[in-house]
Design a protein around this ligand. Sequence first.
Ligand code: GLC
Length: 752
Amino acid sequence: MLRPAQLLLMLGLPLISPAAIPPVDETQVNDLLARMTQAEKIGQLSQGVINTPEEVAAASLLVREGRRGSFILSASAEQAATFRNQLQKVALEQSRLRVPLIFGYDAIHGYRTTFPIPLGLAAAWDAALVERAQAVSARETRAAGIDWTFAPMCDLARDPRWGRVAETFGEDPYLGARLAAASVRGFQGDNPAAPDRVAATLKHYVGYSATVGGRDYNATDVTPFSLRNAHLPAFQAGVAAGALSVMSGFNATDGIPAVADHHALTNILRGEWGFNGFVVSDWTSVEEAIAWGYAADRAAAARLALTAGNDMEMVSTTFEETLPAQLARGDLSPALLDEAVRRVLRGKLRAGVFAQPYTDPAALDRVALAPDALATAREAAARSIVLLKNNGTLPLAATARRIALIGPLADDAGEMLGTWPGHGRPGDVVTLAAALRQRLPASTRLDVEFGCELLETGPRTRALTDGSIVSDPAAEVDAAKAKKRWSSALAAARRADVIIAAVGEPRGWSGENASRAELDLTGRQSGLLAALAATGKPLVVVVFSGRPLVLTNVAAQSQALLQAWHPGLQGGPALAALLYGDQEPTGRLPISFPRANGQVPIYYNHAMTGRPTMVDYRDLTRAPLFPFGFGLGYTEFTYGAAEISTPPDGPAVARTIITNTGKRPGQTVAQFYVRDVACSVGARPVQELRGWETLTLAPGESRTVSFPLDSAALGFTDRQGRWLVEPGDFQVWIAPHAGTGTPLPYRLEKAL
Ligand code: GLC
């Protein structure tokens, strides 16, 4: 079994020193517990929500009676600290035992300084950058009066129909594990109670992303082997990095809701990994065990969740309503209740709410949007953007005298924030249009035109490729406006030397409860692109989305194509710098891009098949349009043939020489993949990422990269949670992405 420290070493992450998560005074915990009534104990396991002053008033009654121990503090950035202090004052001055409250919130990719969505952050392939970004997020979140963020999301993205792929680190367990652990370190630092840190939450435990049909909240298909080797690694890495909490998921695997999954929550999380934090349910997911058909009633739902190892109930109130009678009847052990309360009290002590129960309401204004925060957001945005195609049109030449920036996302600040934007504000966003206006040479003219809406403007309105609009009378006004907008855009395109199209999907079609059956540009954008391409002018397309869209036609029609995700406050300046070559595009895809909706789900680390040459469709290849790890820059690299050397005193090493054969300095991400050709426990994926190294090389410069063929590289987890490395044949790659390179055979003579 891979112990936490061993896992962190495998992930190349700093070990959490024993002192990293301050030890807890168990005497204080047990003394408090001993003085609690049963109702007060249950109160510590019950979490409410606070948005408005009215809710503060109502919550105060519950807090005074010791019936709530925690709140989700979703109130505005201006009010959050005040509401916190008001409720905390009730807890500390009016409740019987004066146990401070802990406040949580979804600071997923920033609180006031909004970073790219996590899927975009993952495209930077840079754990240190993710750690720095989440440290900024922690600083602002704590200053707002929140002790605990419900992040990082550790779910593995395999189906882009699922809107929540936006919140993940993509389709690879190793990349996801490294970035999850880095996020925990960014949020918590060496002491989550520090005034610029918050407690982290590993969510949604576990398997939520394997949702059938890509439809949110649906049943999930997770095999025991994929549970261990695909879905659990990021959670295990987060536990090893010292995360204080875990959130169970909305999903159900094998008919067992995650909130009541004893094997996952107790046997694995606590038994195998030694997790000593606390588990919170997702929103009302405890009572949803009834709808799943697993719990017969509210009492059963509460009992099954608590017994499984889910300590705190978010929003629903089955614990408060049903546990007293169940305890009185002996249907539930009081010791179970006590242990759940101990975990929550330890979490509160570690998150600092006993030492610092109140927040200075002026603190957020002092730290929000600090220069270093915006600089980090700018760096993260630039590193997140992936250049998918370029026929030489980019970087834009200073000689381009007239540029037409066209599309509904050219100048829409709100859309750049993405899903779960925290308290990011459109007013703080620099859009692509604004950034180009600042960046353009004085001699260059910029025309900005929307061309069309992100979504259909009216009932039954649709655009033919000649721009004519077919609509019913009810939409006449829209159609007239739409026709004018369309023709104005095409006129600008015809005048331009270069067209930059800013298209994509609405941020509201990304994230939770935002699954899509067709992964296409929304509304009339495809028609707009076709019309722009028909002008014959060089067309650069920038796609803003929270997921991979089907960009097959977009790629065919454009001379250059960039995936910008939802890039946060600084997406505009980052794009302008990349478009003009002030900076090199360096992003690499953390998720495969399909050629067609019918290919989904599609991911590189899929299982092998007994007929590997017969797996294409009748009407389409199985291969993605753009593979995992893919991304271009403004120079070219060659990867030499890999070779393996076996030193006498250590593991074999795979290495290759990489050369910048272009005319500009550039960066490449050398990716190290392995395949276990025959595994006794079950067929392993056709490729598995087990390392990467980012190289920046000058034109003509070469460098050797090497990766050890050690336990971390070759091993896997069996169904019992043991880390095994079996002798036998392997294949290894060192390549610029998962869809290229020649595998090198390697035989491991004896188990490591
Ligand atoms: C939501 C999400 C979860 C979030 C929680 C609190 O339903 O599933 O990710 O942390 O509720 O907002």
